[in-house]
Design a protein around this ligand. Sequence first.
Ligand code: SF4
Length: 362
Amino acid sequence: MKITFPYMGTSHIAFKYLIESLGHQAIVPPKPSKRTLSLGTQHSPEFACLPFKLLMGNYLEAIEQGAELIITSGGIGPCRAGYYGVLHQKLLEDMGYPTRMLVFESPFRYPLDFFKKVKAVLAPNKIGWLEFLGHYKRAWRKLQILDEVEAATYDLRPFEVHKGETTKIFNHCLTLIDDAAARDEMEQVREESLVLLRGIALDRSRKPLKIGIIGEIYVVLEPFANFDLQVTLGEMGVITQRTIYLAGWAKENSSWDGEKEVKEAAKPYLKEMIGGHGINSVGDTVHYARRGFHGVVQLAPFTCIPEIVAKGILNKVSQDMAIPVMTVFLDEQTGKAGVQTRLEAFVDLLAQKRERMEEMAI
Ligand code: SF4
């Protein structure tokens, strides 16, 4: 079977590995681009949020490459994400595509549904559950390694002597991770990748600012959607951190009491689930402030209710904890130059604030 899935950050490398291990042909959608966005916007309802449109465009591109089945995840809570799968399927049907869609929900909430869907993927190639577990564990490890190596680049880039070197090495590491098939090979390339990154020429005399990145998962993870925000900030000399990585998100959302810490931190400001990553945006900002970060950037798809609600609450968190928060709303009209200018102004403001604080401390 020719199977596709959403393209989000570097996760396609692990998904491709899993699908191929199960004996199917993985149709990796092209990296999201202007064409993806234009296709998605053309075939989505106007009110749909940016992730919906980009996914729609990506599905259409994958269908052009012959995809017969789309595998994606569902969503819980009071937000549109839970309807994405049904709506995408309906729109594709209306366009006359026979492509099927399997929407996976949390196995802890809907165990029967989850097992039925996994079985539908395993059955055509007569893969047993034990064999599946082995493939799944290796794909999961790949995802963790991808996240770990990516996170390391955000700590190093602000110190790099030769601009662009971290990105160049990271791209090479992605190829190595992609090529690793067996478990021990994966551990080897993990080690090799970290050694390569540690070999980058750094100027440790710099004093980078630290900014936390929060917001809706798709726009946080996919560089095309956020104009490569973390790389841009890194090259401006800023260390960025985010708590949202795909492996971490999947783990937290597959358990009954996932994301306990972040919910606890958000509690004084927000007690209810508001869908998407709204509660994380609030709780993570509290954590970043406690850890001495200089600022926070919130990435929010235009019309994304969870992030709009969080933005309102963040004004109070920002005041209480003296941490500046900048919100970037993203849709098909947003331009890279505008975002870059706002980021530069925000970084200037944070640098001035740090200088004032240091003067006051003397
Ligand atoms: S979290 Fe926001 S962007 Fe994501 S589906 Fe919900 S409303 Fe849309």
